[in-house]
Design a protein around this ligand. Structure first.
Ligand SMILES: Nc1ncnc2c1ncn2[C@@H]1O[C@H](COP(=O)(O)OP(=O)(O)OP(=O)(O)O)[C@@H](O)[C@H]1O
Length: 312
């Protein structure tokens, strides 16, 4: 496995700083990650960033080529900080430290994230996602294909791709779906093409799936995706929402409620739980948005994947 340090130490320097070490790892073989799912699109390699107590600096300007040891910094006077011209001070600091200051980003841009939003029927997944769509940019909400009938107000191609059972079967046969399942008598599936296309453009991806689908996606995506479980504050609140929605028959209500009782037992498979309490939809949306921000700032998830891969 190819590895290369993007950092070099300064010989004879007595400076010891906490410094960023970047290790690109290529030719990784693993079942599925956003990176290898989208070949040549997201990243060619995976960068592990961590702080280590090493000495700076990787680059040295050509002005040091005349030195006996080309890596040794010059000893130059540094002007007084309160009196010196800023650019003069910066130049003197660069010279003393042995390299110019780079304006390049210290770490690569975060890779696109896949966010899986799931939960029992009627907890408000669609309502949360609708608001999230309005609140955030840079997210692509994958439009699920479904064989179920359109509900009032739903728009084909925006809320779902409404297809016949026959059309759905054809999509399965053409291997166009990342995951699919029969949910309450209707098929639902996630088109792969949208994920490829929008991850390639740098978008974070939001997938909305039932709990059964989330379990399948966990097996496919592992820890490379963030799994959020949405719940109502109580079973009563969830049932009331389903009843008030007026989209279900009494038979369908019975199935959905019985299924929901089973589904809450699968909470441990998720990374986060968001309670969507009655009249507090905005709070739930804010929490989901904060989770996305935190996950994008936290790079251990992708680093951990890299570590996992390196050991394989
Ligand atoms: N915080 C909330 N307070 C009150 N009503 C809500 C709240 N969140 C959602 N609802 C309402 O509850 C009903 C169910 O919500 P929604 O359709 O989004 O659930 P869902 O989880 O997507 O359900 P399904 O999985 O069956 O499609 C809708 O009528 C919605 O407007």
């Amino acid at each position: 496995m190819f590895r290369k340090l993007f950092s070099a130490s300064v010989a004879q320097s007595n400076l010891h700083h906490c410094h960023l070490l970047l290790i690109p790892i290529t030719n990784i073989q693993k079942p599925f990650t956003p990176a290898n799912f989208i070949p040549n699109l997201v990243t060619e390699s995976c960068f592990v960033a961590r702080f280590q107590d090493i000495t700076p600096f990787p680059r040295f300007s050509s002005s040091y080529s005349g030195m006996g040891d080309s890596r040794r910094p010059l000893s130059v006077p540094i002007p007084a900080v309160d009196k010196a011209d800023k650019s003069e001070l910066l130049r003197a600091l660069e010279t003393s430290l042995g390299s110019s200051f780079s304006s390049e980003p210290l770490i690569p841009n975060p890779k696109p994230l896949i966010i899986v939003i799931s939960g029992p029927s009627g907890v408000g997944k669609d309502a949360v996602i609708k608001k999230l769509r309005e609140a955030r940019e840079g997210l692509h909400f994958v439009v699920t294909a479904t064989s179920r009938a359109k509900r009032p107000g739903e728009v084909d191609g925006k809320d779902y791709f409404f297809v016949s059972k026959g059309e759905f079967q054809s999509m399965v046969e053409r291997n166009e779906l990342l995951e699919h399942a029969l949910v309450y008598g209707d098929y639902k599936g996630i088109p792969k093409q949208q994920i490829r296309e929008f991850m390639g453009k740098g978008y974070d991806i939001v997938l909305r799936v039932d709990v059964q689908g989330a379990q399948t996606l966990r097996k496919i995506l592992g820890n490379s995706a963030v799994f959020i479980f949405v719940v109502a504050e109580s079973e009563m609140a969830m049932v009331e929402r389903l009843v008030d929605r007026k989209t279900e028959t009494k038979e369908s209500l019975l199935v959905r409620i019985a299924t929901a009782r089973e589904e809450v037992k699968h909470l441990q498979n998720f990374d986060y739980v968001v309670v969507n309490a009655k009249g507090k939809l905005e709070n739930a949306v804010t929490l989901v948005s904060s989770i996305i921000d935190a996950e994008k700032a936290k790079r251990e998830k992708s680093s951990r994947n890299c570590e996992d891969n390196r050991s394989k």
